[in-house]
Design a binder for this molecule. Structure first.
Ligand SMILES: [Zn+2]
Length: 268
């Protein structure tokens, strides 16, 4: 064995002794190309940012951290100075260097302009899952929050669903649902706002022994959606008593993408 490893590089050793098989849920976003930084290298001392030129540099950088990546991208296309300013932002540097596929995913799902750039950088630099507070290796795109594999599976408040299911499960209208993305947590919050409490809703019809499999699945799905926690449980939900009745729907892992964790030492 030692002769096999002799002269092997650190990367070869790691590849030999680690399992590269990825665990993920069927509908996760995979295999998308990374966003490419501009290759243009020209500079000009006379270039301008128009009205933004009156801001002191510190204030300009502070302001740009609060806007979204779509705005930053447009600003970098305005002038050579705009490009130079955007490319010196720590937020831009971190994300384009370590998580460029996230920008592609947010762009393709038309979510790029929903999240301030600083929020994406914060998620990149915090390893905590928003639900159980342990390490999370994925980004949930609609809320720009870090999540872990277990919580994506167990915490139904992190599920996306269809307008029809949301309407039926929480007795909401299409018009009411237009105000929010169809994430169970937000649909449930909206339902409480509309109905006062979920106890005012009729119970989902309990399936009988002769009910079709589709009906049984629908009952348990509605039940789990209504029970989904609005606050982070702060623990591994698979360990909670009485929560073993997982319901698989077609949307587990939707709008989620693998996400590196960036520390001062480097990206994990
Ligand atoms: Zn978690």
């Amino acid at each position: 064995m030692s002769s096999l490893l002799e002269g092997a590089s650190e990367d070869q050793l790691l590849a030999k002794f680690t399992c590269a098989q990825e665990h993920d849920i069927g509908s996760m976003i995979r295999n998308i190309p990374p966003a490419q930084p501009s290759r243009m290298r020209r500079e000009s001392f006379r270039s301008s940012l128009g009205l933004l030129d009156i801001l002191p540099a510190e204030l300009l950088l502070l302001t740009l951290n609060l806007v979204d990546f779509q705005t930053l991208s447009r600003l970098s296309g305005v002038s050579l100075k705009g490009k130079a300013v955007v490319e010196t932002l720590a937020t831009y540097v971190d994300v384009i260097r370590h998580a460029p596929t996230i920008l592609t995913a947010l762009g393709r799902t038309r979510l790029l302009y929903h999240h301030p750039a600083v929020l994406l950088r914060r998620a990149l630099r915090s390893g905590k899952c928003v639900s159980c507070f342990c390490f999370g290796a994925f980004l949930f795109l609609p809320t720009c929050e870090r999540v872990c594999f277990e919580c994506l599976h167990e915490n139904h408040s992190l599920r996306m669903t269809t307008i029809n299911v949301a309407k039926q499960c929480f007795q909401l209208t299409e018009r009411q649902l237009k105000r929010i993305p169809i994430i169970i947590k937000q649909v449930k919050q909206l339902a409480i706002e509309v109905h006062g409490t979920l106890e005012n809703l009729p119970e989902p019809e309990r399936p009988r022994a002769c009910s079709a499999e589709k009906e049984v699945k629908k009952f348990w799905l509605f039940k789990r959606f209504r029970e989904a926690p609005l606050e982070p449980p702060g623990c591994d939900m698979s360990q909670l008593p009485g929560k073993s009745n997982l319901v698989e729907d077609d949307f587990g892992g939707v709008a989620t993408i693998r996400f590196p964790y960036l520390t001062d030492v480097g990206a994990d």
